[in-house]
Design a protein around this ligand. Structure first.
Ligand code: ZN
Length: 258
């Protein structure tokens, strides 16, 4: 514990960011504390859920449409806790998410409409976690779909040209923040906003089997990530810089505290 942390906290902040995930609750098990921190500092965030989690039940007799409605309501409540300006549900099938052209077009439409500086998504390279477990196929599909939508499709004038004809002009997303990664290279200090992630997760009541253990579990996870930068809590990311920052204008590259 007395060892010097190997890294310093990551302080780049996007003016606008979009979180793209497979299921309601992924963003809250994922980078919600970072999202809350950035929003508190003035960023505008939007959440996109590719599915509505209609296969996320333990009883095969569950009505998937009822479950989807429940989970959308839970995600909307959680998004209010984090502070997103809105949530989009793309209504793709849970358990059968595919990185196909239909999903890519939906994501490009979202990106060109909202025009984020950064997109946060699951690292699609994560098939198995180094500390155990398999990464759900939908998580991997949403991750690679987000990457492919960001680059090149969203910025490419000739991708889905009917979108541009509808006024959705090409947009360059400058960075990817990939979470649930085995190749973390950036840690955001989330000590001040970890409680918002925990409160957001409480909203997903249909998915939390042992709510009494939730807080301690999340604090333990965040503590493990925080050890890299000597903080009580952190979110770990693999950051892909597609476009370097402009050297002069700094309006969306706020390096808070450094
Ligand atoms: Zn999930």
């Amino acid at each position: 514990m007395a060892d010097t942390p190997p890294r310093t906290p990551h302080n780049w902040r996007p003016g606008r960011f979009m979180v793209i995930v497979a299921h309601p609750d992924d963003a809250d098990f994922g980078p919600a504390a970072t999202a809350a921190k950035w929003i508190d500092a003035g960023s505008i965030g939007r959440l996109v859920c590719c599915t509505s989690g209609d296969a996320g039940g333990d009883d095969w007799r569950t009505d998937p449409l009822e479950l989807a409605a429940t989970r959308e309501a839970e995600q909307l409540a959680a998004a209010t806790v984090v502070g997103y300006e809105g949530v989009a549900f793309l209504h793709q099938p849970d358990g059968a998410l595919a990185n196909d052209l239909a999903l890519r077009e939906q994501l490009v439409r979202e990106i060109r409409t909202f025009r984020p500086d950064a997109v946060l998504a699951v690292d699609p390279d994560t098939l198995f976690y180094t500390d155990g477990g398999v990464n759900h196929t939908d998580h991997r599909a949403a991750g690679i779909a987000a990457v492919d939508a960001v680059y090149p499709a969203a910025r490419n004038a000739m991708s889905f040209p009917w979108l541009a004809r509808d006024g959705l002009l090409p947009h360059p997303v400058r960075r990817l923040y990939l979470f649930w990664t085995n190749h973390a290279d950036a840690w955001v200090d989330t000590t001040a906003t970890l409680h918002r992630r925990i409160d957001a997760l409480r909203a997903h009541a249909s998915q939390i089997r042992r709510p009494e253990q939730l807080e301690e579990r999340m604090r333990a996870w965040a503590r493990e990530e925080g050890a890299a930068i000597g903080c009580a809590a952190a979110d770990a990311f693999r950051v892909i810089v597609i476009d370097e920052d402009e050297p002069v204008s700094g309006e969306s590259e706020v390096a808070a505290g450094s």
